[in-house]
Design a protein. Sequence first.
Length: 412
Amino acid sequence: MARLACILVLASLCAPRQETELSIEQELDALIEKTNSLESFHAVYRGKTRKGEEDVDASFDLAYQAPDRARARMSVTGGPEEGTMDGWIVGRRSVWRVERSGQEEWRCMELPDPPESSRVLDGLFPRPERALEPGASLFIEIVQGEETSLQLSFQNRLNGRDCVLGWLAEIKKQAADVDREPHELVWSGDRFRCLLSRESGFLTRIEIEKPGQQVAIVLLEELRLDEPIDPALLELPAEARDLAPDEELQRGLYAQYAPGRVRQYGFLRLERLLRSQERSWNEVSRADWRAFLQVLHREMIVQRYSKWLEELRRGTEELVDRVRSGLTDDPSPAQREEFQARVEEYRGRLEESFDKAENLCTESLPAVESESLEPRQELFDVELEVLESLFDELLRRPILEEFDARLAEAFG
């Protein structure tokens, strides 16, 4: 009996240990980390379906050179959507070419430099750390609406990236709908099914059901990882090199850095840091918060009131001209006294206009809305202090001092 027990113990010691299986989320995290380290890739997909009596063929071409060069090309032959979409990222420049029915359209945008307020915010209250530096992320997306469809796209991220292959992050969000097979993860949803290589992290097969046509099937035909890429594949074509940025697209980019948007980011970011106890609400945080708000509201005041200040200065000059002209025509003490009364009245209206503008500015500040966070009142209290100080520094004091100096000169 003792000998049998000894044999069992030896057998248990010699038996291979079973490793704990990773969860779906952990496996996807590992694939994200793995693909984020890629220096380059080139993936080619082919798709096929049949709509009515017509065959529809498609090709999808994705190329990437770390960190900020990418190409995404989709070509469809047959069917009402026949045409080509081509896109490039080269540095801060993104270009698209769409060709349909013999018509060609080019569009371009350039990532802007963030305003000082955004840079100060990132310096004093850093955004959540990104896994990668600024650059390109590529996506093959399942778009669900009245019809399920496939979309090829890319993003040029100025503030850093979480992943190079955007579909991995999307699948991770829906990990409950993912099953395992020996070599692939299977992501299924309403009218679609995607297979993802557990080795490479690339989608290998996509099936989409569409009313009135056969199941569309897209297969990975070619995949090259960390191999030299033909430079011509990632170069901007001659037609795009001098292309002016699209005004509509640029407006959308600049809107991300509008003072009101940066203000919203600031309140929610600091509150998040305070809630997570990464920061404490103390004199250091108060001073940093004040420094950010001073830069932010300086930008907002200059943007909002610069034209008004020009009008006020013109009004001062017109009054100066009237006083000079009037005293030249009639330098009597009575005339001088009458002009002084008018000037005092005008100055009183100026002071009232500043008070009204300041009250309107503070009352019109939009609420900071979030489903998960409500910034504490102390943050808003500091903002009101900063606004009061800046109104004096940028508007009230310089205009009134200039007014007093110019009118004193006019009276001689």
